[in-house]
Structure formats: structure tokens, C-alpha cells
Ligand binder design. Structure first.
Ligand SMILES: Cc1ncc(COP(=O)(O)O)c(C=O)c1O
Length: 487
């Protein structure tokens, strides 16, 4: 465009980038989208007061909409006080008051909710089985005797521990006795409990790149942490041995975020390292249930239950807001961990436990896992297909599993900073791999951790189209390559 919305103050983003979603909206919604986009941009400060907007003809040509649509939007926003017409030609952005403390732009680049959110971490909360959950709640409450409402065993209700032990043995190959299993508030509390118990025994090694809460939780619990690089097979043993750590937290079924699986040789090496140092491996099995190309690989814990503490939760399979998880610990740590749990909260809420025990024992949890597996497999396929259509040359790496994928964009999408700014301006929320620690790859290509599970196939396609347009792409020949995560 000849005049991309001049930015006299040097602030703001060219208008066409802020409004990239308009052209992809249904024709009858375009006027509203354009007005809302402009209003948002002024409110958030992305279009700074004093900015001259492009002529209506130019903006219309850039957005691929009629000139009348742009003229009407300018008139409407002028009437509302967001824009003003200058003497002679030209439309200018007015200075408007923003609420005290409100930043100019809120990080998604548009001053509002992102249009498309690819940030990883959340399952599809609409898949939460409300009816089955409510029925389990009713049954659990009816069956709970009055004395069952007292303080619970800090390990958890025996019926839930038994149900979970059977489930984890059957589905994940965990070697577990109900007495060794502790019910807790998600993986987060499991790591905090272990962190407190491991205090004073040296730093805990965390994967780099890895899950930021691993580092944060162990640090908050008072153990130091040390980042150890991950290669195409998991934690690098040489670096781990040199780190001074005697404990390490790992995601062997589906490394977060790179998406690789720890192969048998690396599993054996890790266990040998832990045995030699009288150390501990902490296995975070956060999404190990969801594998789309074959049966999930069993838990590392099954190979040596005395060297591996195993943890998981319902945060990916049901909802993170339930704050419900489990921890299986080696015999030597059991007493201390249970006592820490007791001191932390006097036990997990009983009704939640009774309900979940019913939910697991009645087979509803297995049903939910199958339902999620089908939905997430379909969404991953939709993501791969949309990439092929809208970002030809993009490479999807890591195994077909879980709720996110690593996507390496072709060189032409770089540099990363510019690409992310354009995506944010178009309302697409993204997390690059560099947000998760580890060294930036030498090839300089943009690598994204794309969460897809919470988006339907249609939303995935729309978001990818938006992203591709924001990056200045026009659709090319369908082509997507697969490869291993680079070491
Ligand atoms: C690597 C990893 N571990 C664990 C969790 C879940 O933690 P919690 O069970 O405390 O919700 C997540 C959630 O996003 C995660 O990404």
C-alpha cells in the first residue's frame, strides 16, 4: 500500500496489519469487523492519537473491500469521537483517554481478545462431560456417609487411590500399589511436594526447552534448578552428569514442548544415572494418554519404581480448573511426602475425590479419554492440512501426540520478531519455541509451539489463513514436510 497509515509519533502498526481479519470475514460482517478493528486499535493505542489514516480508496484496495465500506467506517468512528476529519483531505486518529494503568496494547497486539489463540496448554473445555460429571456427583454425595465429610486421609480416599492405581497400571504401565499413590492438586502440587522434600539435596535438573512451571515450582519450593539441554532423544546425559543435579524432572512420553519421545536407550541411560547417584527422576506424564499414530509408550516409572516419582493429572483430559492429580512415589520418600501434603492442606477435598472415584470406576473416565483422543487427532490433522495449504514449506516435528505441535516455518516468514508482531496485530496469539528456554536454533527459522486442542477444525483453518495473510503470504502449492526435532 502506498500509504500504510502513517505513524507520525513512530508508534502504532500499519493499519492494514491491524485489520487483516476484515477481508476473511463473511461479506455481511465486514463493515462491523472493520469498525470494531479500528475502534479497538484506537482504544488500545495501537493507532496513536495524531496518526493519519490512509485514504479510503487505498485502505479499501489493501483490505480487498469496497471503498464505501471504509468511508462508512470512517464516518461512524468520526461520529463516535475516535477519528476526526482534517481540514481539507485526510482522516486522523483522536487522542482518547484510556483507563489509568491500561497499557497501550495488551500483548495480543489488538487491545482485546485474540481472534485466534494458538497458545498451548488448554484442552477443549467444551468437551467437559457435564452430564456424566453431574451424575457421578449425585451418586458420590448419596453414597458418602456423614463421617466421610471429616478430614480425609492425606494420601487421598482409599477408593480413589485404588481406582487410580488400577487405571494407571492398565493405561500407562505404572507399577503402583494404592498405598504409594497420593491424590493432589495437579502436577503443580506434586512437584511442590517433591521440591520441599528434596530441599538441601542439590538442584533439580529441568529440561531446556521445557515447561516453565517446572523451574518456577521447584524454585518456589526451595530447591535450586539447573537447565539441561534436550536433544532429539531427551535430556542430554553428558550435560546432566555435569550439572551437579541428583534429581531431574522429565516428560518422556511427549517432551514438553519439543514433542519428541524419549527412546528406550535414553530411558535406560537416565535410570543408570539416577541409580549411580542415588538420585531421583520425576516423570511428568502430563498428556501421555494422547498418542495418535500408535499406542502410547508406557511410563518410565514402570522400569524402576524406586528411582522414578510419577505424576499426572486431569488437566488435559477433563479440565485444569478441577485441580486434580496424582503422585506415585518411591517407598523411601512416601512418609515425608504424605506428611508434607498433610501440612500443606490437611488433604484433598473429599467430595471431589469421591466423585472422581465414581467417575473412574464407572468407566466414564475411559470414555472421556477416548472422546478427547478422537477430537484431538482430528484437530491435529486439520492443523497439518491447514499448514500445507496456507504455509507451504512449514515442517511439523515431534510425534503425533498430545495437544500441541512444533511447527518450523519456512525462512521467508522470518525474522521472528517481525513475524510475531504481524501475527499479534492480526489478532493471532502465538508462543514461539524460544519462550520455553533452550538455545535458539542456528538456522534462525521461526519455530512455534502451536496448541490446537481447544480449537475446532474450522477455527484452525481460519486462524491459519489469517496468520498466513498477516505474514504477507498468498496461498501456495500444498506441501508440508515432516522431520525430527533438530538436536
Ligand atoms: C508440562 C506440563 N506439565 C503439567 C501440566 C499440568 O499441570 P497441572 O496438573 O498442575 O494442571 C501442564 C499443563 O499445561 C504442562 O504443560
Amino acid at each position: 500500500m502506498a500509504n500504510t497509515g502513517t505513524n507520525p509519533g513512530g508508534r502504532g502498526t500499519p493499519a492494514w496489519e491491524l485489520l487483516a481479519g476484515v477481508a476473511t470475514a463473511a461479506p455481511r460482517r465486514r463493515g462491523r469487523e472493520l469498525q470494531a478493528g479500528l475502534r479497538d486499535a484506537v482504544r488500545s493505542g495501537r493507532l496513536a492519537g495524531g496518526t493519519r489514516l490512509p485514504a479510503s480508496r487505498e485502505l479499501a484496495a489493501d483490505l480487498g473491500v469496497s471503498r464505501g465500506l471504509v468511508t462508512r467506517a470512517y464516518e461512524q468512528l468520526t461520529a463516535e469521537g475516535y477519528l476526526r476529519s482534517g481540514r481539507g483531505a485526510g482522516t486522523w486518529v483522536c487522542e482518547i483517554a484510556r483507563p489509568a494503568g491500561a497499557p497501550a496494547g495488551d500483548g495480543d497486539g489488538r487491545g482485546g481478545e485474540p481472534v485466534a489463540d494458538f497458545r498451548p496448554g488448554t484442552p477443549d473445555l467444551a468437551l467437559f462431560p457435564r452430564a456424566a460429571w453431574a451424575a457421578a456427583h449425585r451418586r458420590a454425595l448419596a453414597a458418602l456417609p456423614h463421617r466421610g465429610l471429616g478430614y480425609p486421609d492425606p494420601r487421598g480416599l482409599p477408593e480413589l487411590r485404588r481406582a487410580l492405581a488400577a487405571l494407571l497400571a492398565r493405561r500407562r504401565g505404572v507399577v503402583v500399589d494404592a498405598d504409594r499413590l497420593l491424590v493432589c492438586s495437579g502436577v503443580a502440587q506434586a512437584l511442590t511436594l517433591l521440591g520441599v522434600v528434596l530441599r538441601g539435596r542439590g538442584p533439580v535438573a529441568v529440561e531446556a526447552p521445557g515447561s516453565p512451571p517446572h523451574e518456577e515450582l521447584f524454585t518456589a519450593a526451595g530447591t535450586g534448578t539447573v537447565r539441561v539441554p534436550v536433544d532429539g532423544s531427551g535430556l542430554v546425559l553428558r550435560e546432566l552428569a555435569a550439572s551437579g543435579a541428583r534429581a531431574a524432572v522429565v516428560t518422556p512420553a511427549h517432551q514438553f514442548p519439543t514433542g519428541i519421545v524419549y527412546p528406550p536407550a535414553r530411558r535406560r541411560e537416565l535410570l543408570a544415572w539416577a541409580r549411580e547417584l542415588d538420585g531421583l527422576l520425576v516423570e511428568d506424564d502430563y498428556d501421555g494418554e494422547f498418542r495418535f499414530d500408535r499406542a502410547p509408550v508406557g511410563a518410565l516409572q514402570g522400569l524402576d519404581p524406586e528411582r522414578v516419582a510419577y505424576t499426572g493429572s486431569v488437566s488435559k483430559s477433563l479440565a485444569p480448573g478441577l485441580r486434580l492429580g496424582w503422585l506415585v512415589v518411591p517407598e523411601r520418600l512416601l512418609g515425608e511426602v504424605v506428611e508434607r501434603k498433610r501440612l500443606m492442606d490437611l488433604g484433598h477435598p473429599v467430595l471431589d475425590q469421591a466423585l472422581f472415584a465414581d467417575f473412574v470406576a464407572s468407566g466414564e473416565y475411559d470414555r472421556q479419554l477416548r472422546r478427547c483422543q478422537r477430537a484431538y487427532r482430528e484437530r491435529r490433522d486439520a492443523l497439518v492440512a491447514a499448514l500445507a495449504e496456507w504455509c507451504p514449506g512449514a515442517a511439523v516435528t515431534g510425534i503425533a501426540a498430545g495437544l500441541h505441535a512444533i511447527v518450523t516455518l519456512p525462512e521467508r516468514f522470518g525474522p521472528q520478531e517481525r513475524f510475531l508482531a504481524r501475527a499479534a496485530a492480526a489478532g493471532v496469539a502465538l508462543r514461539p519455541l524460544t519462550d520455553f528456554g533452550g538455545t535458539a536454533p542456528a538456522d534462525g527459522r521461526v519455530r512455534l509451539v502451536l496448541g490446537y486442542a481447544h480449537l475446532g477444525p474450522g477455527a484452525i483453518r481460519r486462524a491459519m489463513r489469517l496468520l498466513s495473510r498477516a505474514a504477507g503470504e498468498s496461498s501456495g502449492a500444498p506441501r508440508v514436510t515432516k522431520g525430527a526435532f533438530p538436536a
